[in-house]
Design a protein around this ligand. Structure first.
Ligand code: DGY
Length: 319
């Protein structure tokens, strides 16, 4: 049986598989496998080890006659045509759980860095513009006892709330369903999105990407936020209307934004958002610590091996 790896991953993870399977591995770590090449390799593949940057669409699924398992090294699977995969009886696996803490860490890092203008501070020094201590030089927003509003209170949202508790923050949340455990453990208060947007000093978006969440934060939502609000998105870029975000930041309707995800990735370096002083942008590195990425890759391989052995995947999306 053949497994296609769309990225180069550490040899120690792949080597043991070679005894049992025929392995094709794209030889670049940080460059995607071209779609046409992927189509070609998938013609006789039984499983594919993929990631958020690959387009696993209907055409690719239809042209992979022996495909049994699609395993993504991610919790999100919006790059995979689930309908086409499920119709063909292909099991789709993902890697929830192991990336919760790393992604919550990065989300909170962005929140602190954006509110206290950390990157702007470094830029001032780099440009040799630091003349003296200034009473209001690079003043940001307070974190201690501020109100954080978390949209999407899944595992990662609750991880962020736990970190916010350490800063004595008031925690509001909105989610498809109430989370009694977060309310009891963290004192998180459930409210409507509108109420959350109006009351929060920090709005953190952690909703999955679905047709319902597309552009869920747009002009109307930015209008509701405080002028001092900091907006953080570590979920998916498609959840936010980037043009509306640009306007809100440019016209100082909100204070700043910290973004790890974009509508189109990689974001082009001439994107208007990147011209603004009050934006911190990162290249989708929410779960990027070595330990977590090794766990994600290991779990994605486990999903493939289970699927090829005819067993239930450890984490299956289309049960
Ligand atoms: C995910 O897991 O969905 C992230 O966006 C990639 O780490």
């Amino acid at each position: 049986m053949k497994i296609v790896f769309t990225r180069k991953i550490p040899t120690e993870l792949v080597e043991p598989l070679k005894e049992k399977y025929d392995i094709f591995m794209w030889d670049r770590e940080n460059e995607p496998m071209p779609y046409e090449r992927l189509l070609q390799e998938m013609k006789d593949a039984d499983a594919v080890f993929t990631n958020v940057a690959d387009r696993i669409d209907k055409q690719l699924i239809e042209q992979s006659p022996s495909l049994k398992v699609i395993s993504t090294m991610a919790v999100g699977y919006d790059n995979i045509d689930m309908e086409a995969a499920t119709a063909r009886g292909i099991a789709v696996g993902h890697t929830p759980g192991v990336l919760t803490e790393a992604t919550a860490d990065l989300t909170f890092t962005l929140l602190v860095a954006t509110s206290r203008r950390i990157v702007e501070g470094m830029d001032v020094i780099r440009r040799n513009e630091w003349q003296s201590w200034g009473p209001f030089l690079l003043t940001g927003q307070s974190l201690y006892k501020a109100t954080i509003g978390i949209i999407g209170m899944g595992r990662i949202g609750q991880g962020v709330a736990r970190r916010a508790k350490g800063f004595d923050m008031n925690i509001l949340y909105h989610n498809r369903s109430r989370k009694p455990e977060a309310e009891a453990e963290l004192g998180a208060v459930y409210c409507s999105i509108e109420e959350l947007l109006r009351q929060s000093d920090y709005v953190v978006l952690l909703a999955p990407s679905t047709p319902e969440t597309k552009n869920m934060i747009s002009h109307e939502q930015f209008e509701m936020m405080k002028k001092t609000a900091v907006f953080i998105n570590t979920s998916r870029g498609t959840n936010v209307d980037e043009e509306a975000l640009y306007q809100a930041l440019k016209e100082e309707k909100i204070f700043a934004a910290g973004l790890d995800v974009f509508e189109t990735e990689p974001i082009s370096n001439d994107h208007p958002l990147l011209t603004l002083h009050n934006v911190i942008a990162l290249p989708h590195i929410g779960s990027a610590n070595v330990e977590t990425r090794m766990k994600m890759a290991t779990l994605a391989i486990e999903n493939i091996e289970k699927g090829l052995a005819g067993e239930r995947l450890t984490h299956i999306v289309n049960d």
